[in-house]
Design a binder for this molecule. Structure first.
Ligand code: ADP
Ligand code: MG
Length: 348
């Protein structure tokens, strides 16, 4: 499908030669990076605030399909999903480390593409790549990224601060990334049947981009600061809205009411859902990988967000611990259940 050009074999480079090649364009730009790549460890000056640290691992065949994932996009996404977790703490990311395990099936050129995408994300979000590890794998590619960020202690937002009557808000439309994945899976199946047929993604740009090149919501923290709102709980939407709402409620020991018609879904996502005969709300609730921020605010902040084009109130918190309600447009409330992404359930 998306051909990754194949020329230089990995075996023609030693480990050190490969690390040098991949990191030759890395230049630290933040003053908190005292020493980046090149020594036994990076040295950071994180004394300006509290430090947040988060790690995410991406495994070929589990989290991504190399048949339809261009490596540059994969590199970009592997950084972005980690930064999203830092933003979800209301912190600012400053450094990342990247560890890769790679099989000899990959070429040096492919890894250069991967790194080009990673470095593009580092530049876009102004973070330094300060280290990592490189090793071989018996099968496929694994990428583990650790992101480090900072925040003033008073600004950090946990998942456990939501209280009765707080409003549940989301920063953007949902379900798009999931529909992008459906389109890519379909084109892969067509291609496998008949390799003469090239994938046709025209008309699906929006959802495919949501899947392949997500962005982390760096701007939301600034937006909320400008509005003088401190969220009471926050999480990023990586596994689908339903499970993220439930995470906040569980940790906050509360319940919620979520209004189905309030869940923002882009018209491109709606269009794709229609074609695939899927319910847009299900795509939003159970799809995942949209990397929007889900947060709660105090009721008195409603005036500040009312009419704001990038903050969507979708429901509210209740004091009935453990009761998670989804209210359909004209219907009786149903129980909100989290299907989400099950890391151990998909291999059968
Ligand atoms: P060590 O043997 O001490 O672990 P390495 O040879 O693995 O050192 O790494 C040398 C330097 O290159 C270190 O600064 C390390 O952080 C960095 N590095 C190694 N692999 C990667 C990678 N995949 N991406 C970014 N930096 C890396
Ligand atoms: Mg090492």
């Amino acid at each position: 499908m998306f051909e990754n050009k194949e020329t230089t074999k990995l075996s023609s480079y030693g480990e050190f030669g490969l690390i040098d090649l991949l990191t030759k364009n890395v230049k630290p730009r933040r003053s908190s990076t005292l020493k980046g790549i090149g020594d036994d460890a990076a040295v950071l000056d994180l004394t300006a605030g509290k430090t947040v640290v988060t790690t995410d691992m991406l495994v070929e065949g589990v989290h991504f399909d190399i048949m339809f994932t261009p490596l540059k996009h994969l590199g970009y996404k592997s950084i972005v999903v980690n930064l999203s977790d830092v933003f979800a703490m209301n912190a600012m990311p400053s450094q990342v480390t990247v560890s890769i395990a790679v099989s000899s099936r990959y070429t040096v050129d492919a890894l250069e593409e991967l790194y080009a995408g990673m470095l593009m994300a580092c530049e876009q979000y102004n973070v330094d790549l300060v280290g990592g590890d490189t090793t071989s794998s018996m099968s496929g590619l694994m990428i583990s990224v650790t992101a480090i960020g900072m925040a003033a202690e008073k600004d950090i937002v946990y998942r456990n601060g939501a209280k009765n009557r707080h409003l549940l808000c989301v920063s953007g439309d949902l379900g798009g990334a999931y529909m992008g994945l459906q389109v890519l899976e379909r084109e892969k199946a067509v291609f496998k049947e008949n390799p003469e047929i090239q994938p046709d993604l025209s008309g699906y740009d929006y959802v495919v981009e949501r899947q392949l090149k997500p962005e982390a919501r760096k701007d939301v923290a600034e937006m909320l600061k400008d509005l003088q709102i401190q969220p009471t709980a926050m999480i990023d939407v990586s596994d689908g809205l339903a499970s993220e709402v439930i995470h906040i409620c569980k940790q906050s020991k509360v319940g919620c009411k979520l209004f189905e018609e309030r869940i923002p879904v882009d018209h491109n996502t709606n269009k794709a859902c229609e074609e695939f005969n899927l319910n847009p709300s299900s795509a939003a609730l159970n799809g995942g990988e949209d990397y929007e921020l889900l947060f709660t605010v105090k009721p008195e902040d409603y005036e500040k967000i009312k009419g704001h084009t990038e903050i969507y109130p979708i429901g509210h918190i209740t004091d009935v611990e453990g009761r998670y309600e989804l209210i359909p447009p004209n219907g009786e409330s149903v129980e909100l259940t989290a299907q989400g992404w099950n890391a151990f359930g998909n291999q059968e």
